[in-house]
Design a protein. Structure first.
Length: 506
C-alpha cells in the first residue's frame, strides 16, 4: 500500500510554498478588535446548521444508543431507566458546548500569549484555502501531530483567524477538571474522553455515537490526534485506531458520501514543555493538570520559544483512499443502528490510513537548525560536552554539511535564506541556552542548569539537570529522524553486503 502523498497520487507541499506569519498583523492591530471582528465561516452545505444542544439530543435519541442501553440493562440486570441515566451522565461529562463568545475569549487570550512566547507562527495559506473549500463539501477530520499542550489551541486560533469553522476537539478528561479553564475549553469546542475506557461497553457506545453524529451531521470539523497521546520524545507515535474507526464508520455505512482527512504538521523551534518532557522520561511523575498548576507555569511567558510552523496538508478523500481496498456491501447486511464488528479488510485499511496520516505529518514538518545541531552534539561523548566542549567552528561545518544532506533527502527546513548561516546557528544556540552554551569558541552541555555556575547545586541535582539537558537534545534530534532513517537503513544494508551482491539494491 502507498505511504506518501506521491504514492496516493496527491502532490506534496512544495519547498517554494509561501508561509505567512499570522502574528505579524496581530502585532500591528488591536487584540480586542481581532477577537470581536465579524466571524462568518462558510458552513457545510450538505447539512442544516445544528446547535450543540440539538447535537446532544440527537445522540441521546439515536437508535444505536437505545439498542445498547437495552442490551446493557439485560446483561447487568439493571433497570433500563438507570442505564439511560448513566448514558446521560456520560454524555454530559463528555460533550462540548461550542459558543462563539468563548471562541472570541480564547482568541483574545491566545493572541496575548502567542505574541509573548513566539516570535512568529507561520501557516501555509494554500493549505488553508483548500481546507476552507473542503469544509463546505464534506465532513472534515483534522489530524495534527501532537507535540505540545497548545497544539489544539493553535489550530482553533488559525481557523478563527481565517474564517473557517472552528473544530470540535477530542481532549483528555483531566483537562475538564481544571476549574474555569475546563469550562472555557468545553465552550470553545473541546469534548473530553477518559484515558482508560477498557471494556466499558456503555462508554464506548456513547463516545462512538457522539463522534459519528458530529461527522454525520457535519456539525463542525472534528479534530483528534491520531497518535493518541502527546509524544514525550518528539518522535511520531504508532497511531491509535479506535477514534479512526469511529470517524470513518459513517462513510463505511453509507451515511455520508465522503469524508475528507486533513493531515496537519506542527513544528516548533522550541517546545514549551521541553523540560517537563525530559523530566518525565527520567521518571519524575507528571504533574496533574490543574488551574493552579497552569498559573504556576506562567514563567513560560518570560521565555522565547522562537517560531512555529503549521502546515495544513492536502485534503484527502476517504472514498478515493478506500477504492479497491474494502467492500462496503458487508455493511448492508446489518441495520445501520446495530453494532457491527469491522472485517479484516476494513481493519487493515483503517490501519493503513492512520499510518499514512502519520507519514504525511512527518513529510510536512519543518526541520529546525537546532534539530540538525542536536544530531551532531549527540555524536560527541557526554564527558567532552560537559568538560572539554565541542569546537564551535567544527559544529558549524558539520551542521552545514548535514543541512545539505537533509535537503538532498527531501526535507523541508526552517532555515532563513536571507540571514548568514553563522548568524542562524548563533541565534539557534541562544534560543536553546537552557540546554547548551558557548564559551571560548566551544559548545558545552549545560551543567547544573546555570552555564556560569552562579548558583551551587548538589551533585545529585547536577546529574539530574545534565541528564535532562541530554534528553532534551535527544528529543530535538528525534524531530529529524524520519528524514534520515530510510537512507540510513539502506546504507547499513549495503555496508554489510558483499560487494558482489550490492547490485540487488539498485
Amino acid at each position: 500500500m502507498p505511504n506518501t502523498y506521491r504514492d496516493v497520487g496527491v502532490a506534496g507541499q512544495q519547498d517554494e510554498e509561501d508561509f505567512v506569519d499570522i502574528l505579524e498583523e496581530r502585532r500591528l492591530s488591536s487584540d480586542l478588535g481581532f477577537a470581536l471582528r465579524t466571524f462568518s465561516p462558510q458552513l457545510h452545505k450538505g447539512s442544516p446548521p445544528c446547535s450543540s444542544a440539538e447535537l446532544h439530543r440527537a445522540v441521546l435519541e439515536s437508535q444505536y444508543l437505545r439498542y445498547v442501553t437495552k442490551e446493557v440493562a439485560m446483561e447487568t440486570g439493571s433497570c433500563e431507566q438507570e442505564v439511560r441515566e448513566e448514558v446521560c451522565g456520560i454524555l454530559g461529562e463528555m460533550s462540548q458546548n461550542l459558543q462563539l463568545r468563548f471562541i472570541r475569549l480564547m482568541a483574545y487570550m491566545m493572541t496575548k500569549v502567542f505574541k509573548t512566547v513566539f516570535s512568529s507562527i507561520f501557516v501555509n495559506v494554500e493549505g488553508l484555502n483548500m481546507l476552507q473549500q473542503a469544509t463546505q463539501e464534506n465532513p472534515v477530520i483534522l489530524m495534527p501531530n501532537h507535540r505540545s499542550y497548545i497544539d489544539f489551541l493553535v489550530i482553533s486560533y488559525i481557523m478563527f483567524s481565517y474564517d473557517i469553522p472552528v473544530p470540535v476537539i477530542a481532549a483528555g478528561i483531566p483537562l475538564a477538571g481544571m476549574k474555569i479553564v475546563g469550562e472555557i475549553l468545553r465552550r470553545s469546542g473541546a469534548f473530553f474522553i477518559r484515558r482508560a475506557i477498557g471494556s466499558d461497553r456503555l462508554y464506548w457506545a456513547v463516545l462512538s455515537e457522539y463522534v459519528r453524529t458530529v461527522v454525520r451531521k457535519g456539525f463542525a470539523p472534528l479534530e483528534f490526534f491520531v497518535e493518541g497521546l502527546r509524544s514525550r520524545t518528539l518522535k511520531s507515535i504508532s497511531p491509535k485506531l479506535g477514534m479512526m474507526h469511529m470517524v470513518l464508520e459513517p462513510f463505511l455505512k453509507g451515511e455520508v458520501y465522503d469524508i475528507t482527512l486533513v493531515p496537519i504538521s506542527i513544528s516548533y523551534d522550541r517546545v514549551l514543555e521541553e523540560s517537563l518532557l525530559a523530566h518525565e522520561l527520567l521518571g519524575v511523575p507528571k504533574p496533574r493538570e490543574s488551574t493552579m498548576g497552569l498559573l504556576k507555569a506562567s514563567s513560560v511567558l518570560q521565555e522565547n520559544y522562537g517560531s512555529m510552523h503549521v502546515n495544513f496538508g492536502h485534503p484527502l478523500s476517504v472514498r478515493q483512499l478506500c477504492e479497491g481496498k474494502i467492500n462496503r456491501c458487508q455493511y448492508n447486511l446489518t441495520p445501520r443502528d446495530l453494532p457491527q464488528k469491522p472485517s479484516a479488510d476494513v481493519q487493515a485499511c483503517v490501519s493503513w490510513m492512520a499510518h499514512l496520516m502519520v507519514r504525511i505529518q512527518e513529510e510536512g514538518s519543518r526541520i529546525s537548525p537546532w534539530s540538525l545541531m542536536a544530531c551532531l552534539l549527540l555524536q560527541t561523548p557526554a564527558t567532552v560536552l560537559t568538560e572539554q566542549g565541542l569546537l564551535w567552528h567544527r559544529l558549524t561545518e558539520k551542521t552545514l554539511w548535514l543541512r545539505r544532506l537533509a535537503l538532498d533527502f527531501g526535507a523541508h527546513l526552517n532555515w532563513p535564506e536571507q540571514i548568514p548561516d553563522s548568524d542562524v546557528l548563533l541565534s539557534t544556540l541562544a534560543l536553546h541556552r537552557t540546554v547548551v552554551h558557548q564559551k571560548a569558541g566551544r559548545v558545552f552541555l549545560v551543567w547544573g542548569g546555570e552555564p556560569e555556575g552562579r548558583h551551587p547545586v548538589s551533585p545529585e541535582e547536577g546529574v539530574m539537570r545534565t541528564a535532562a539537558a541530554a534528553l532534551m537534545l535527544v528529543s530535538y534530534r528525534n524531530q529529524s529522524l524520519h528524514v534520515f532513517v530510510r537512507p540510513a537503513l539502506l546504507a547499513t544494508a549495503m555496508s554489510v553486503t558483499k560487494s558482489t551482491e550490492r547490485g540487488c539494491f539498485l
